[in-house]
Design a protein around this ligand. Structure first.
Ligand SMILES: [Zn+2]
Ligand SMILES: [Zn+2]
Ligand SMILES: [Zn+2]
Ligand SMILES: [Zn+2]
Length: 318
């Protein structure tokens, strides 16, 4: 059989062609005929493997991102509101409070926008029916018992990021910072960008956990990759402080396109200092404007939707 057979691959160490090569689990770019060859080649391959791995991670990290880490509302399909500028101006406590207000119910845990939540509740109340989950229409627990029930639920459902975030916010508001940190860390472990961001801020400030700036930076970069606009801005500031200007600029540009206006100030400084090009700066100005206009349009659509629901409800009652 010819060595050029398409089904065959060559071992990166001994060169033997084989139908089932063992891929390097680090980079998936080289293959071996077996464990022995892989072991023998490792000292040679190690450096390249690390470079390839980092390059692949960077492709993921710097790909363009639209919107934010909350995605779209599953009911109205509009992007979830995440006004990074407003949140960055507000006090930390207010941000945690905002998370506690995110509407998801303990049935399906779908996070829906507050407008869809309000529209559904208004309709139910006017129809004199008990409120249900706006997404799956399940019965929701009594709001009076909510907090205690959530805490109990979170002992069993350890794999639910929406619940873990809510419970984290609940602990945080009661001053149980250690417990809050643990909840956020569990959410982060499940790949939740909001959880990663909270873990990073708590590690950064030493709230509920020992201060650790290195770990905080690693979490903030992961949250940025997960689509968190403020984490994206903070990742840029970290790279700037490490004098990695090229990486910082890439982060600032993405953050600007996600509606973080403070990024523009930094890009302006970079433009004056010569490490940001005119076209990069102009593009950032444009994409930031577009992000803010899109956010405004979406909120207007939501307000119209809510006004329509209210109008229908009142006309029914006449
Ligand atoms: Zn081999
Ligand atoms: Zn490798
Ligand atoms: Zn909605
Ligand atoms: Zn539900």
């Amino acid at each position: 059989m010819s060595d050029n057979h398409p089904g065959l691959e060559r071992c990166s160490a001994c060169g033997k062609a084989s139908g089932s090569v063992l891929k390097c689990s680090g980079c998936r770019l080289v293959g071996y005929c077996g464990k022995v060859c892989q072991g023998n080649d490792w000292s040679q391959h190690k450096q390249l493997c690390k470079e390839k791995r980092n390059a692949a991670r960077d492709v993921m990290l710097f790909q363009n991102q639209e919107g934010n880490h909350f995605g779209s509302c599953p009911i109205c399909l509009l992007p979830m509101l995440f006004d990074a500028d407003r949140i960055m101006e507000a006090e930390d406590e207010e941000y945690y409070h905002f998370m506690g207000e995110m509407t998801s119910s303990p049935c399906c845990w779908k996070v829906v926008c507050t407008t869809c939540f309000d529209a559904h509740i208004i309709t139910r109340i006017k129809e004199q029916k008990t409120p249900t989950c706006p997404f799956c229409r399940c019965k929701t627990p009594d709001t009076e018992k909510d907090a205690d029930e959530l805490l109990k639920l979170s002992d069993v459902q350890q794999d639910n990021p929406a619940l873990l975030l809510k419970v984290g916010a609940l602990h945080y508001s009661k001053g149980n910072h250690g417990e809050a940190f643990n909840s956020y860390k569990k959410a982060a472990k499940l790949g939740n960008a909001q959880g990663m961001y909270f873990v990073s801020t708590m590690l950064h400030c030493g709230v509920g956990v020992t201060k650790n700036h290195g770990k905080a930076a690693a979490y903030v970069i992961r949250a940025a990759a997960g689509g968190h606009p403020i984490a994206r801005y903070e990742a840029a500031m970290i790279e700037l402080s490490r004098e990695n200007t090229a990486r910082a600029v890439k982060h600032f540009c993405i953050a600007a396109s996600q509606g973080v206006t403070k990024s523009l100030e930094e890009l302006k400084i970079g433009y004056r200092s010569g490490y940001v090009t005119k076209s990069e700066y102009e593009k950032a100005l444009r994409t930031n404007q577009q992000a803010k206009e899109a956010m405004k349009d979406n909120e207007e659509s939501r307000q119209q939707m809510l006004a329509e629901v209210k109008r229908q409800v009142t006309s029914h009652c006449k």
